[in-house]
Design a protein around this ligand. Structure first.
Ligand code: NAP
Length: 207
């Protein structure tokens, strides 16, 4: 049965991007450090065509599992705007991507299997289209914080996967700002530490 899951990198103090973020500074100041571990993994390097090599241990196995399960992605417009100017021509999703936005825009097809569809009629519509596109596979809510917050508050997220980087941002974009903690409950279903990151998995249910 297809699941809806969030999968993000975060700092110990709850930030998913640094200050001064935007298309000219993707992930903000020091934000790329959140994903430092990820860029070392063979599966992630292959998805971005960064060349041969990379780590093949437990962190890589987790990345492989995540890539394998995704049948469609949902993104917010601000995440998309950063990626539009920084992802390679073969955008790393390799499946349909639904971008929540107020901007009307025709689909944008990239080589390698990624097509961006721009959705103007809300969360449920984006999720319905993503579910249909994903088939048996899972739908990933990829970010940013605003979109994740909306899906959590709507009770539509079934799993929350967070990779915690061993760093404190101090000032940045906090994942849980605006989240209504009364709307859902978390149950820890996995915790895997490595020297460079801690992988946490929670089942999410409506309260
Ligand atoms: N650490 C990580 O793993 C990770 C992952 C993903 C993203 N990020 C970071 O997160 C940051 C972006 O997050 P964010 O919270 O600022 O923004 P976001 O969630 O990416 O996008 C928010 C925007 O999406 C559009 N939108 C959202 N909900 C909508 C709805 N229901 N209907 C229509 N449009 C809707 C609106 O844009 P318009 O009104 O302009 O159309 C809104 O301003 C970036 O810096 C990115 O690098 C980090």
């Amino acid at each position: 049965m297809s699941k809806v899951f969030v999968n993000l990198g975060m700092t110990l103090d709850g930030c998913i991007a640094g200050p001064n973020r935007g298309p000219k500074n993707p992930l903000g100041d020091r934000g790329i450090a959140i994903h430092e571990w990820l860029f070392e993994q063979r599966a992630f390097r292959a998805s971005l065509k960064l060349g041969e090599g990379g780590e093949t241990g437990e962190d890589n196995r987790i990345v492989e599992g995540t890539i394998r399960r995704i049948g469609a992605n949902i993104l917010g417009k601000r995440m998309f705007e950063e990626g539009e100017v920084s992802w390679p021509e073969e955008a790393p999703f390799r499946c349909p991507v639904f971008v929540l936005t107020h901007e009307s825009r025709p689909p944008w097809e990239r080589p390698g299997g990624t097509t961006f569809h721009f959705v103007n009629d809300g969360l449920d519509s984006a999720l319905g289209r993503a579910r249909a596109a994903a088939g048996e596979k899972d739908v990933r809510i990829s970010g940013g914080a605003n979109v994740v917050m909306q899906y959590l508050n709507a009770g539509l997220v079934e799993e929350l996967e967070i990779a915690i980087a061993p760093m404190v941002m101090g000032d940045g974009l906090r994942l849980f700002d605006g989240v209504d903690a009364r709307k859902f409950e978390l149950r820890l279903i996995g915790a895997i530490p490595s020297p460079s990151v801690t992988h946490l998995r929670y089942a999410v249910s409506r309260s």
